[in-house]
Ligand binder design. Sequence first.
Ligand code: GAR
Length: 214
Amino acid sequence: MESSCRILVLISGNGSNLQAIIDGCCDNLQADIVGVISNNPDAYGLIRAHQNEIDTSCVIPHQGESRGEYDARLDAVIARYQPDLIVLAGFMRILSHQLVEKYQGRMINIHPSLLPKYPGLNTHARAIEAGDSEHGASVHFVIPALDAGPVILQAKVPVYEDDTPELLAQRVQEQEHAIYPLVVKWFSQGRLTMKNTEAWLDGELIGPSGYAPD
Ligand code: GAR
């Protein structure tokens, strides 16, 4: 990418991943966070954006509005930022196929599980309930099917016998904050692409469990 990669981050809440990406962009001159959009006006992530002088917008759902109608309004706001990359960082809405298809290959998400395990919600409780010995987070390209796009990078954490969903979530989030800025950096350096619903890094196909160094 010749000029700086224009990054737009979509959030709904705390924005700790947004913060990690902001911090990561300080030493990533190829990336510029041009805006943050939230569907929730009370999202703490909006304060983080203001503290870092990043432009923000809220697209608040209207009562009775269809997903398609909301996404059309969201897309109009997205378009204002002319992003090269859309980063879903705890954006807790399912996007319509139409919107996802428009940005396919330029939209990434972080999900708190080792995909394909536990798409959807309550991932930490589900991992504990299943008796899993490891859990984690996945960064993936977004495709229309929920949490099903090609995985780019995963991070694993142990699950302990006396774990609670809250403790496990904390452990997973620490890892999220390490892997998400790294993936954003790869994309902004032009090293990461999606072709035919596969993720590629430096011209090499990334395997189903995400990038793993040799
Ligand atoms: C993160 O843990 C992220 O994995 C999860 O929401 C949290 C947002 O935290 N995303 C999803 O569950 C998406 N399905 P943050 O607002 O502190 O970054």
